[in-house]
Design a protein around this ligand. Structure first.
Ligand code: MN
Length: 254
């Protein structure tokens, strides 16, 4: 197992996670967010602060930290090879387009009209892959926080109950034929379960992702082989509710 962060951080996160659960609503307090931010490594970004650049963002935990739900080898290949390849390919496509490079990946997938037709599909796939994976690494974690914040209330309001939401989200993840993603997103002012093909992002459709799950086979095949349903069920054990809450608040204001 190759670790990309010290074990001391993992242990620190475990303590913080246990504290958040014990404190209940701590998952939505500034104190919890501050502690989480202090423990997380800073992502190197070329674009303005707060937006994604064109470098591989580090995970906030070791590759093996999500075991047994997501195995270390899958995490290592997924992060260091698959995600890196999307970035490398996108940057290659953008050679000779410094203005698009400077705009950053999120701006490009929000508005493909600015991307020349000759590289549009490539940018849709590769900048999309970059943005989706950067989002995904933050929404999974060894310490999941509590699901009882404002997002939990909003989910209960939109779907009837947390169980019903999980049922609909899981169904979207299982019904996606071939490669793609399942999402909880804010669209038109409402929380909705969505699914996208390939590396398409809800951002391209004017929606704001809150929770996302990669259901490409590369995300689970080594450990689960053809059993996507088992991988989807395991996702709930590593879903970072603290980050989802943060995404929800960003979606409300975005
Ligand atoms: Mn992936």
């Amino acid at each position: 197992m190759k670790a990309n962060s010290p074990m001391s951080r993992r242990e620190a996160l475990k303590v913080l996670g246990a504290g958040a659960v014990a404190a209940g609503l701590a998952a939505v307090t500034g104190k919890s967010f501050a502690a989480d931010a202090a423990a997380a490594p800073a992502a190197p970004v070329a674009a303005p602060a707060g937006s994604l650049g064109w470098e591989l963002p580090p995970l906030g935990f070791a590759y093996g930290a999500l075991e047994p739900h997501i195995d270390a080898r899958t995490m290592e290949i997924h992060h260091s090879k698959h995600h890196q390849a999307y970035i490398t390919n996108a940057k290659k496509l953008l050679e000779g387009h410094p203005d698009l490079l400077a705009a950053g990946p999120e701006a490009l997938i929000r508005d493909f009209a600015q991307v020349p037709e000759g590289i549009r599909t490539g940018i849709r796939n590769n900048a999309g892959g970059h943005v989706n994976h950067a989002f995904f690494w933050k929404v999974i974690a060894p310490d999941t926080g509590a699901s009882i914040g404002q997002l939990g209330v909003a989910i209960a309001g939109a779907f009837g109950s947390m169980d019903e939401f999980k049922k609909q989200f899981s169904a979207a993840a299982l019904k996606r034929f071939g490669s793609g993603w399942a999402w909880l997103a804010m669209k038109g002012g409402a929380l909705q379960v969505l699914s996208t093909a390939n590396q398409d992002s809800p951002l391209s459709d004017g929606a704001h992702p809150v929770i996302g799950l990669d259901v490409w086979e590369h995300a689970y095949y080594l450990h689960y082989q053809n059993r996507r349903a088992d991988y989807v069920a395991a996702f709930w054990n590593v879903l970072n509710w603290t980050q989802a809450e943060r995404n929800y608040h960003a979606a409300l204001t975005g």
